[in-house]
Design a protein around this ligand. Sequence first.
Ligand code: HEC
Ligand code: HEC
Ligand code: HEC
Ligand code: HEC
Ligand code: HEC
Ligand code: HEC
Ligand code: HEC
Ligand code: HEC
Ligand code: HEC
Ligand code: HEC
Ligand code: HEC
Ligand code: HEC
Length: 418
Amino acid sequence: MGKIDNIQQKIKDFVKNNLKLTILIIIVLIGIYTFVSIEALHYTSDPSFCKNCHPEDRAGLLGEVYTWQMTPHAKASVECLDCHGRIGFFGYMKAKMGGLRDVYGEFFKSPEYKLEILRRSSENPKYAAKLVPNETCLFCHTDSYNQKIRQETIMRVVFTMRKVDGVKNPDFRVSKGLPDILTEGVRPTAGIEPKHKSHYDKGINCVDCHLGVAHGGQPVNKPTKQRCFDCHDKMKPAKAPENENCMACHKTEESMTPKSAIVFGRGASAVTFAHDTHAAISSCKDCHDKLFPMRKGATKFTFDDHSKGNLCFACHDGKKAFSWTSCNSCHAETPFPKKPIVYKQKDAAPVEFSHEFHASVFTCNDCHNKIWQMKKSPKRMTMDAMYEGKFCGSCHNGKAAFASTECDKCHIEPKKGN
Ligand code: HEC
Ligand code: HEC
Ligand code: HEC
Ligand code: HEC
Ligand code: HEC
Ligand code: HEC
Ligand code: HEC
Ligand code: HEC
Ligand code: HEC
Ligand code: HEC
Ligand code: HEC
Ligand code: HEC
């Protein structure tokens, strides 16, 4: 005790003798303290600080800094606490206190616990809306809301600690080329008009559609149509458009162009149809619904469609587009007709030629186009030609295959009832 009394006495003496110097020292100390505190606040608000505990360099949980970096928000310097902290000075301070919970969780809870917390917000829009409520997003994205909050809230105390507290709409918004989403709709470049106001008025949250806006792992956040349909189907809101009413949501036909290719058939002979190349040359009307309905899997093809100019072959006729005869432009491996080719005779039983059988033994080139074109010819073949080793007779000569004189191996009376 004596020691402390001693020190106190010394300080009293010093203050009495050096009043001006003491005041100066106090001012400097307060200055240093303030400086250190503010620097600490800055430091612990920086994304690079968050990265210590949200460190992954991939999309997904713990990769929140990584995913944020690729968004337009990051490029416009909208940082973590601009979204993860309520608006205004006290919102900021509250977020800093909340940060202590993060630190506590990091050191005193299991990694599984941490992942569980993170998963909850990334999957559940209801929880995500508690984490980042509409007010935060609207503050930057709508003028009236911005003005209202600015009037009611202490935005800064001497320092502006983060971007969101300095945002003054409409200047900010306009400088970023953004519309007021409640009064102006979306930019002309957007393919979907989501009627922001109708949804907001019904109490629907931004993250109901924009879940993953900062952490979805995509360079831009475009709600999928499944997200729209899931809710419209479940809630059945009276004013929501039917799923079939395409133009209620789509501003342009182009935005309805399927992004993934459509595949017809299976295996090596399957045909891939790309909308992007075709829609660049033709308009939707050229195909829909004249040739195809706007529904995947609705069309069935036969080989006859090729030469008759149906479906794809309305264009792929060698004039409007490459001919159907260049099989490999569409089929990686050319398929053969599944049904046998039937030759009906006046004075003999009919003959069935089976590709199923012959193409399993030979390649297409053994017959095409050496002996036959890949197209049934209207010209008839004669037996005499076959006996001389032409057509079927080039194999059916008694050596490579049974002879052309073994009539009833080829001319087979159809079974009764057929
Ligand atoms: C010391 C490690 C640590 C640092 C640094 C850290 N976090 Fe966290 N963060 C955690 C842990 C642990 C959790 C999960 C447990 C919890 O919230 O208590 C978490 C959870 C979160 C959540 C989800 C909270 C919820 O309730 O769902 C957000 C948002 C978040 N952090 C943002 C940030 C931001 C922004 C920064 C930088 C300003 C940051 N974190 C810095 C450890 C950290
Ligand atoms: C534009 C607003 C915005 C910005 C900026 C933003 N976040 Fe988020 N963050 C969200 C929203 C909204 C969610 C809710 C879940 C979701 O959408 O993925 C979220 C969720 C999270 C979660 C919970 C886990 C998860 O993956 O969903 C963490 C952790 C997190 N953010 C950290 C950060 C960090 C760190 C930064 C800065 C590097 C940051 N956020 C920047 C809006 C933002
Ligand atoms: C601090 C202001 C600010 C906040 C808070 C904010 N944004 Fe943004 N937002 C911006 C700016 C600036 C851009 C424009 C970036 C660009 O296109 O250059 C933007 C762009 C967007 C875009 C279009 C780009 C994209 O990522 O697809 C969407 C959607 C969006 N914001 C939604 C939200 C949502 C949802 C929230 C709340 C979770 C939110 N914003 C919070 C400022 C903000
Ligand atoms: C009903 C679903 C839905 C809700 C709810 C929703 N949005 Fe959107 N938002 C969209 C769609 C769809 C787009 C257009 C995407 C595209 O095609 O570019 C969009 C675009 C945007 C854009 C970009 C505007 C532009 O012109 O580039 C911003 C900013 C945005 N939304 C912010 C918000 C904010 C803030 C909220 C919450 C108040 C919100 N959204 C709520 C579906 C929604
Ligand atoms: C969380 C639920 C929910 C989601 C998700 C949702 N909607 Fe809605 N939608 C509604 C409700 C509720 C209404 C009725 C609004 C009203 O009565 O004014 C509605 C109405 C609409 C309307 C008609 C409103 C008008 O003013 O004409 C359009 C268009 C629409 N939604 C488009 C979309 C699109 C596009 C998406 C996806 C990007 C989407 N919705 C996602 C709930 C949802
Ligand atoms: C409730 C609103 C809504 C309705 C109604 C709607 N769509 Fe969409 N559609 C969307 C949204 C949102 C997207 C995603 C936009 C994006 O990715 O840019 C989308 C994307 C698409 C895509 C491209 C994505 C893909 O899967 O390849 C196609 C194609 C499409 N819609 C076709 C249609 C057709 C056809 C109709 C009418 C039968 C229709 N849509 C009706 C909201 C709607
Ligand atoms: C412009 C594109 C295109 C070209 C060129 C083309 N096809 Fe096809 N073909 C298709 C499509 C699409 C189908 C349907 C795929 C399916 O259902 O398996 C198909 C189906 C077939 C089938 C199967 C029909 C059935 O009954 O199962 C045969 C056989 C066939 N093609 C043979 C050919 C041959 C031989 C050529 C060349 C002379 C050719 N195709 C050239 C697009 C093309
Ligand atoms: C060259 C012909 C062609 C053009 C041009 C074309 N389509 Fe298609 N479209 C198709 C075919 C083929 C299908 C598949 C039909 C089937 O499987 O029965 C299809 C299917 C679709 C589907 C249904 C996809 C699904 O997943 O069910 C949509 C949506 C569509 N088209 C939209 C468009 C739009 C929008 C345009 C104009 C920008 C367009 N198409 C231009 C040939 C075309
Ligand atoms: C409205 C006319 C039209 C129809 C219908 C059409 N095409 Fe095409 N297609 C074209 C034109 C034009 C080109 C480009 C010129 C060329 O290569 O001869 C093309 C190119 C292609 C190509 C080569 C380029 C690419 O996308 O890889 C393929 C393969 C193709 N078409 C397949 C198909 C199939 C399969 C169908 C039917 C499902 C079809 N097309 C229907 C007009 C059409
Ligand atoms: C053993 C000989 C032989 C082999 C091997 C063979 N074909 Fe043929 N193919 C024929 C004959 C015979 C015809 C009918 C010619 C005629 O009557 O003018 C024919 C006709 C066709 C036709 C036209 C059908 C029609 O209805 O117009 C296609 C397509 C065809 N072949 C595809 C193939 C493909 C693809 C292969 C290889 C996988 C193949 N063929 C292998 C003998 C053969
Ligand atoms: C490239 C050689 C080749 C050609 C060309 C050929 N065949 Fe064959 N064919 C064979 C061989 C090899 C067999 C099996 C061996 C045997 O049975 O002697 C066979 C078997 C058959 C069979 C019995 C198996 C079955 O499919 O039921 C019939 C019928 C037949 N051929 C009909 C024809 C007809 C009709 C033609 C002409 C349109 C023809 N073949 C052209 C090689 C050929
Ligand atoms: C390898 C199979 C094969 C054998 C074996 C065969 N034929 Fe044929 N025959 C055919 C085919 C295929 C046609 C049809 C040609 C067409 O319609 O273009 C045909 C056509 C005919 C015709 C009508 C055309 C003509 O040449 O007058 C007669 C008659 C005929 N066959 C009788 C016979 C007799 C008799 C035998 C036995 C001595 C026999 N065929 C053996 C495949 C065969």
